[in-house]
Design a protein around this ligand. Structure first.
Ligand code: BTN
Length: 328
């Protein structure tokens, strides 16, 4: 009996052309009635499959998230485990619960249509309405001898997201250190990396990279309305395509991220280099002019005294553009 996945994959490969019921029946060695039943199940599961008398069946991409569709668009060497959920409290929290039960044996990506308790840095909530955004977490198992560089993973992820958005949408993307992604001076993506430790072994067991993208979200809560924005007003690609592209960029970059080979791209996209900023790092507030972002991803700031300070963590709370205007 042909599985739904096999029939769906075949229809995706043939699209936008039709595939006849006869062809499918022959291919999978089952009756046309069995094919028809499989098509009905796929439609029931939310896939759009058009049927036309005399021509057969045709797959039409839609807004529904699907692991099969995402996986089919990934290069063969990128094959993380994919978990797609209709709703969850938080994809980061889901992965944390998962790894507390069983360590990951392979990279695992959890994607949800909506989150009821999505969160960001400093315990802030991440607004995650259904259908208009992408909320996913990438769980990366850490092997005992593996080196982990949080600064470069964070900056590398921001570049992977920026490349995805510029590839698929006609937008100019800017990066606000360390990993806020902006379009039209509004934050459209939030990234939150968290580490899970194996206390008995005294080492990291998993790194979780959470990414939230406001693709078409517009109805932000009041507190966010002036700062947050959407990537686009009109979607010509599906969320599945955005996720496949993002995972391809991410996992390609992840293979060599400790070399920092993407830092030139990061600097080119940075909106803070040569600008005056105010930054909160722990309990300290630092103001100064950003001179560079160094090869480790640290912010290089010239203080009013002329002294140079390197900051590995913190959040830029104000950017007073010495050139142009920033409304965030
Ligand atoms: C920030 O801007 O402070 C980071 C926001 C990170 C949000 C994403 S959405 C997917 C994943 N799940 C979460 O609960 N948070 C991250």
């Amino acid at each position: 009996m042909a599985t739904q996945t096999e029939v769906l994959t075949q229809l995706m490969q043939t699209a936008p052309a039709y595939c006849s019921g006869d062809e499918l029946a022959q291919l999978f060695g089952i009756s046309r009635t069995a094919i028809w039943k499989t098509i009905q199940s796929l439609q029931g599961a939310g896939y759009t499959i058009e049927s036309r008398h005399g021509r057969g069946y045709r797959y039409v991409p839609n807004n529904q998230l699907s692991a099969t569709v995402i996986q089919a668009a990934l290069p063969s060497k990128i094959a993380p485990q994919l978990v797609v959920l209709p709703t969850v409290d938080s994809t980061n929290a889901y992965l944390k619960r998962l790894v507390s039960q069983t360590p990951l044996s392979q990279p695992t990506v959890v994607i949800s249509d909506t989150q009821t308790a999505g969160y960001g840095r400093s315990g802030r909530a991440f607004y995650s309405p259904e259908a208009t955004g992408i909320y996913l977490s990438i769980g990366l198992p850490m092997h005992p001898q593996q080196s982990f560089d949080p600064g470069l993973l964070t900056t590398g992820t921001a570049v992977a997201v920026a490349k995805t958005l510029t590839e698929l949408f006609e937008v100019q993307v800017e990066l606000k250190w360390v990993n806020d992604v902006l379009v039209n001076h509004h934050k459209v993506v939030g990234i939150l990396s968290e580490a899970v430790a194996d206390l008995e072994a005294g080492q990291l067991s998993t790194v979780i990279v959470g990414i939230g993208i406001n693709l078409m979200t517009t109805d932000f809560p009041k507190a966010l309305a002036t700062k947050a924005g959407a990537v686009t007003a009109k979607m010509d690609v599906t969320r599945n395509e955005v996720i496949s592209t993002l995972l391809t960029e991410f996992f390609t970059s992840y293979q060599t991220y400790t070399t920092g080979d993407f830092m030139a791209d990061y600097r080119r996209l940075s909106m803070v280099i040569n600008q005056q900023v105010e930054l909160k790092s722990g309990t300290k507030t630092v103001t100064g002019i950003v001179k560079d972002i160094d090869s480790t991803g640290a912010l290089v700031v010239q203080l009013p005294s002329g002294q140079i300070q390197r900051l590995n963590s913190g959040e830029i709370t104000k950017v007073n553009l010495l050139t142009g205007a920033y409304h965030g």
